[in-house]
Design a protein around this ligand. Sequence first.
Ligand code: ZN
Length: 342
Amino acid sequence: MKLLLPTSTAGSLPKPSWLAEPEKIWSPWALEGEQLIEAKQDALRVSLQEQVQAGIDIVSDGEQTRQHFVTTFIEHLDGVDFEKRETVKIRNRYDASVPSVVGAVSRPKSVFVEDAKFLRQQTNQPIKWALPGPMTMIDTLYDGHYRSREKLAWEFAKILNQEAKELEAAGVDIIQFDEPAFNVFFDEVNDWGIATLERALEGLKCETAVHICYGYGIKANTDWKKTLGSEWRQYEKAFPKLQQSKVDIISLECQNSRVPMDLIELIRGKKVMVGAIDVATNTIETPEEVANTLRKALQFVDADKLYPATNCGMAPLSRQVARGKLNALSAGAQIVRQELTA
Ligand SMILES: [Zn+2]
């Protein structure tokens, strides 16, 4: 990336109300069949256009074709029964009724590759595609087959690698794995979480990223954040091993979070997507607030490795708020870019 401080989003953006009920995750589709396929493509076009208009440099599909960042991928796999549901605690935080693993998992055909090709046709800008990470996938399921979180994670890593290679061939520039679970299960992250992530990105020539956050701005997450105390040091647990890992970019939640910025020193050498937009509030940041967060991060990240981004996905926000936040991100990055090149 030649441009200094290229901006991007963590992934999801709000869906238009003609596609799905807004300001909600797992929102049901408003259409079906051919109409739904066409509407998803139209929404992807609109979402892309909004990113371009806001001046976002690395664009995405806004996750317009998926209902949820984890479940939609899993729905396309064999070995998981969506009718057979069990209640489990997701990321040690909230109970959810989740599908069951009932047999060997596999990917009968590609999941997002057609969508990625469609996005590639629409733009010449660099594109980033998000996939769930292996550890976050296993945490959103009941496993009655392997009965081993680690074993299932390795199986998912193989499947993710197949999908990632096809996304790369479709022209995706950055493949991002979403691993909010890395902020919760510290022993597992170090024992096999990072190793399974590396399996998922094995052999890729495009850039790779891992997104680790404190979740969408939904109540279960904001309640959890209140219990984390005055300093959030979760990143400290995974960073040393991530610094040694093969992943190119690490995407973090920094805006309004209580993460001490100096933790980023632990991943010195990696590119860092610094979350400079809070997705848990409707208050739109000023460009100066965004710039301040980026300036703080610059103490610990070399300027050519700093990628301004959002803390997490913006799917649960209103379109108007998300638009404002994209503009603020872009304007804030521009302030710091000018300072750096002055
Ligand atoms: Zn996130």
